[in-house]
Design a protein around this ligand. Structure first.
Ligand SMILES: [Zn+2]
Length: 185
């Protein structure tokens, strides 16, 4: 893994001035306090292949988790006083989910076997595309809709759901180094 685990601080977020009521709101109408832009990436071309029993596999798999600083921002004046760490922990949840799905991708990539190097390259791309789509479905909002994490927690406003998700994340983080790690809800 490159770029994760990573502990976010408000210093990672660009401050934006409060644009006023009704602007910069989530799909549910709530004003957006903060948002992170995170991608996970794997470049098969950067990884040496190994042959074993006539099959090709990746000798290593290093997935990177990238925070796009330009699109990671917050509206300080919208954070209720004393709630800074609560709101930051919600954003950290997005980061950790992306890291965990990135780690799951590494495990899946290392398990790939193909009869030719071209076939392995193709499988590597397909596996990465599927992992990115899955990670985004759980952890990143898009124009297609909000992610599962934000739907369940109502963007962190539902405290019971937020606690539940942070519990799920913590349990997964505790085991992410395992060679057979798979994300479990
Ligand atoms: Zn969120």
């Amino acid at each position: 893994m490159t770029g994760w685990p990573r502990q976010l601080t408000w210093g990672d977020f660009q401050e934006i001035p409060n644009p006023g009521p009704g602007t910069l709101v989530a799909r549910n109408g709530h004003p957006i306090v903060a948002r992170v832009a995170i991608t996970i990436n794997f470049d098969p071309a950067q990884h040496a292949m190994v042959t074993e029993g006539g099959q090709y596999r990746f000798g290593s798999a290093n997935v990177s988790v990238n925070l796009n600083r330009a699109l990671t921002n917050y509206v300080p004046s919208r954070i209720p006083r004393g709630e800074e760490s609560y709101y930051l922990s919600h954003e950290q949840g997005h980061m950790d989910l992306m890291g965990l799905f990135g780690r799951e991708l590494e495990v899946n990539l290392l398990a790939l076997r193909a009869p030719t190097s071209m076939a392995l390259l193709q499988l590597g791309h397909e596996t990465t595309d599927a992992a990115v789509a899955n990670a985004r479905m759980y952890a990143i909002n898009s124009s297609m809709g909000d992610c599962q994490y934000d739907r369940d927690t109502n963007h962190g406003m539902n405290r019971a759901q937020q606690r539940r998700w942070l519990g799920i994340i913590q349990r997964n983080v505790a085991g992410w180094r395992a060679a057979d790690f798979m994300f479990r809800t």
